[in-house]
Design a protein around this ligand. Structure first.
Ligand code: GLY
Length: 389
């Protein structure tokens, strides 16, 4: 399969480091932008942002953990480029994607007197990207945002495509907006310092692209997972391939009226699992919920007569090799009832007029959108998975 890099982007300068970068364009007419992937992009972000707008001021939003490792290099690079930057540091963790967290970020940016054409710079993982992105979408009816994702999960999924949101007590990502970034800078160097559990969680979102519509990519991942974990050239290749897949889907369905829903493979179950574990990252982080959710989606597909049990087992084996959970009982302290799970699933954003939609699969690389799934079929499947039948 063609997992070679496209020609290097010249970048805002012409150093050797920039020649190691890969650029994936996201083609959305007037809202088009580039995803730049490679080492050194945090320290170099000032030059990239200056190339977008030499006059702009930045509000860097990050969390306390990411700040320790990556804030100083970013701020030094911004200062070297002559860009004024304000900083907003939030608490790490999913709990920050709340009404209170959103108000804190918005008020800090307003207090710093940034203007609509200035940039919010989201430096962090999925939580920071979603929160800062939604603040940018809302402030002054739409500030520009540059996503600087620092987790594997954010680099292959959440920083790309313009989905921004916070959580409501009633469910995950229920309050948000589509707001495309002006630029995504995915610095692959940061992944070397990522805690192993965070890296593994992001791996589930990476494998998702193979499972949706690219069986050859999934086979490539099966062969290359150890090299991807070890940080070889295969890691950057995998990230670039995931970004190309996502860019293609977003370009044809920006607002999720059709195909883009495929990117939610594993998420209907996964979001319900996160809700029922109280968004407690010590028990379950988003990528782990997606891993269990994808395995559930494949087993549910088999139960409904789609695909084969062998495919479902192959997916679970790959996730087990990646040290990811594959069953609800793998979640520490899991004790939810099937009814509670069904109720949480009913909050999914894909529910239309009360009817459940799932992303199911006819096999590896053959996912499809299944509308009108019967509540009773889901209930029976959950009961069998939870050992109550
Ligand atoms: N993370 C799914 C999407 O961007 O559509």
């Amino acid at each position: 399969m063609p997992l070679t890099f496209p020609s290097a982007h010249p970048g805002p300068g012409s150093t050797t480091a920039e020649n190691a970068l890969v650029t994936v364009p996201v083609d959305l007419g007037t809202r088009s932008y580039d995803i730049v992937i490679g080492p050194g992009l945090i320290a170099g972000a000032g030059a990239w942002i200056k190339a977008l707008d030499p006059q702009a001021t930045c509000a860097v939003v990050t969390d306390a953990n990411v700040a320790q490792h990556h804030l100083d290099p970013l701020l030094l690079g911004l200062a070297a480029a002559g860009i004024r930057a304000e900083t907003v540091v939030v608490e790490p963790g999913e709990g920050t994607k709340s009404y209170a967290g959103f108000a804190k970020v918005c008020d800090a940016i307003l207090a710093a007197r940034l203007e609509r054409r200035d940039f919010v710079v989201a430096l962090g993982g999925g939580v920071v990207g979603d929160l800062a992105g939604f603040a940018a979408a809302s402030l002054k009816r739409g500030m520009r945002v540059v996503q600087v994702p620092t987790s594997l999960l954010a680099q292959v999924d959440s920083s790309v495509g313009g989905k921004t949101a916070i959580n409501s007590p009633l469910g995950k990502n229920l309050v948000g907006a589509f707001h495309q970034p002006s630029l995504v800078l995915a610095d692959t160097g940061v992944l070397d310092t990522l805690p192993p559990r965070e890296f593994q969680a992001g791996y589930a979102e990476l494998a998702k692209y193979g499972l949706i519509d690219d069986a050859a990519f999934f086979e490539w991942l099966e062969r290359n997972r150890p090299a991807i974990e070890a940080g070889g050239a295969e890691r950057a290749q995998a990230i670039a391939q995931a970004c190309r897949s996502k860019a293609a889907i977003v370009a044809r369905d920006e607002y999720e009226l059709g195909d883009r829903a495929l990117l939610n493979l594993g998420h209907t179950f996964g979001h319900a699992l996160e809700r029922l574990t109280g968004y407690d990252g010590t028990r379950l982080v988003h990528g782990e919920a997606v891993a269990v959710g994808i395995c559930l989606a494949f087993r549910f597909s088999t139960r409904l007569g789609f695909g084969t049990g062998q495919d479902a087992n192959r997916v679970a084996r790959h996730f087990q090799a990646a040290r990811l959970p594959t069953r609800m009982n793998d979640i520490p302290g899991w004790n939810a009832a099937p009814d509670a799970m069904l109720d949480a699933i009913a909050q999914d954003k894909k529910v239309q007029r009360g009817s459940l939609t799932f992303i199911l699969a006819n096999g590896i690389g053959r996912s499809f959108i299944a509308r009108g799934i019967d509540h009773a079929a889901v209930a029976a499947f959950l009961a069998s998975e939870m050992g109550t039948t």
